[in-house]
Ligand binder design. Structure first.
Ligand SMILES: Cc1ncc(COP(=O)(O)O)c(C=O)c1O
Length: 400
């Protein structure tokens, strides 16, 4: 057992020694189709030659210099992200929670420095997940994650998703902004209605609030657009992203407009590691792949293939599956059977997945997943459904 590690994770008894595309190989020689991607992070697959070469080459030159100096790799990455989004500037950090922590600070500071120091509260949504730092836990609001960690950080109001009356009811003179995941991942793959996103934008404009989108999980091509907000045709004021941005190399980013960024004067915020040459070389390599002509169309094509297959599975195994959810390759299969049993049955078939709230199986293949991989995933899920059906029938017989 791995006794020297803190017991804060529930780990499956699998140890991988290498990966290739959407496949992972264990130390003892078994192979698994990775439809979890390290929780939506191995965006360009395992052992991607372009990403590996970029990291290796950068590591041989210089890995770390700090933000005391110019970092050309970061300048290039920022320019590319700005050119492909609503944003005017980028801040780089090391994780999703850190990106959201920065986003919250930037919203508050921009309000304070533009004459509204009393505007400090941020409206968040039930079922959201924004991270594990003290502020992002309070933004998340889930009592299970807050248990035992003392007083909450003040300043977050929670309302139901897709309910504009609830949002408008909670807006006050102290409200600084709204923070929403365009697709909630952790709580069960809940897509915010595109119309709701537009109504949030309108409310922000009406009251002088900043609209923040948490695209830590759903950004960087995951939904078949570079950013998920694009689907609803709105322009946010600020965006956080992480996970897939550097294909597995730890990194986070905040993208925002000049209106907010101009208040982040030297010394107002920072990080030792954030935006270093190595992480930015990795992220530039990922962007080479994700921004290549036709790539995002490919993501949407794979998503359509899986959507169709999931509909078929739900119709054939209504005792196991109750329909699909999601956008692009951020997919959920709502389960009738216990999702932990479905995940386990899929693992026995050779497929890795992630569970989410609401008894949903989360399926997040690398964005580079092939048509053949997706066909195989559907066959494995069918095998899992049959295996589980047989198991449930045997159990019913034992009880009778
Ligand atoms: C939407 C969202 N925001 C923030 C986070 C936190 O990111 P990290 O675990 O990199 O701190 C996550 C992680 O799952 C997430 O899904």
């Amino acid at each position: 057992m791995i006794s020297a590690l803190m017991p804060n994770y529930n780990r499956a008894d699998l140890a991988f020694e290498r990966g290739e595309g959407a496949w992972l190989y264990t130390v003892d020689g078994r192979r698994f189709l990775d439809f979890g991607s390290g929780i939506a992070t191995s965006s360009v697959g395992h052992n991607n030659p372009h990403l590996v070469a970029a990291i290796a080459q950068q590591a041989q030159r210089v890995m770390h210099v700090s933000n005391l100096y110019r970092v050309p790799q970061a300048e290039r990455l920022a320019e590319r992200l700005v050119a492909n989004s609503f944003a005017d500037s980028a801040f780089f950090c090391n994780s999703g929670a850190e990106a959201n922590e920065g986003l919250i600070k930037m919203i508050r500071r921009a309000q304070a420095k533009s004459g509204h120091p009393g505007r400090t509260r941020i409206i968040c949504f039930n079922g959201a997940f924004h991270g594990r730092t003290l502020a992002t836990l309070s933004a998340t609001g889930n009592p299970k994650y807050l248990d035992g960690f003392g007083p909450r950080v003040e300043g977050f109001d929670h309302v139901p998703l897709n309910n504009m009356n609830a949002v408008r009811d909670v807006i006050s003179a102290e409200t600084a902004g709204i923070l929403i995941e365009p697709v909630q991942g952790e709580s069960g793959i809940h897509v915010a209605d595109f119309r709701f996103m537009r109504e949030l934008r309108a409310a922000c404009d009406e009251y002088g609030l900043f609209l923040g989108v948490d695209e830590v999980q759903c950004g960087m091509g995951r939904t078949g657009r570079l950013f998920a907000y694009e689907w609803s045709e709105i322009t946010p004021d600020i965006l956080s992203t992480a996970k897939g941005i550097a294909g597995g190399f730890p990194m986070g980013a905040v993208l925002t407009t000049e209106t907010i960024a101009k208040h982040m004067t030297p010394g107002s915020h920072g990080t030792t590691f954030g935006g270093g040459p190595l992480a930015c070389a990795a992220a530039n390599a990922v962007l080479d792949i994700v921004l290549a002509p036709g790539f995002l169309e490919g993501v949407r094509a794979r998503a359509a293939q899986l959507d169709e297959g999931f509909d078929r599975l739900s119709a054939t195994y209504p005792d196991i599956f109750a329909g699909r959810r999601g956008l692009g390759l951020l997919l959920g299969l709502k389960c009738k059977a216990d999702v932990a049993l479905v995940q386990d049955a899929a693992m026995h078939e050779g497929m890795l997945s992630v569970t989410a709230g609401d008894n949903v199986l989360r399926l997040l293949p690398p964005l580079t997943v092939t048509q053949a991989d997706c066909s195989q995933a559907l066959t494995m899920l069918e095998g899992a459904a049959r295996r589980l059906r047989a198991h449930m029938a045997a159990q019913a017989e034992t009880v009778a």
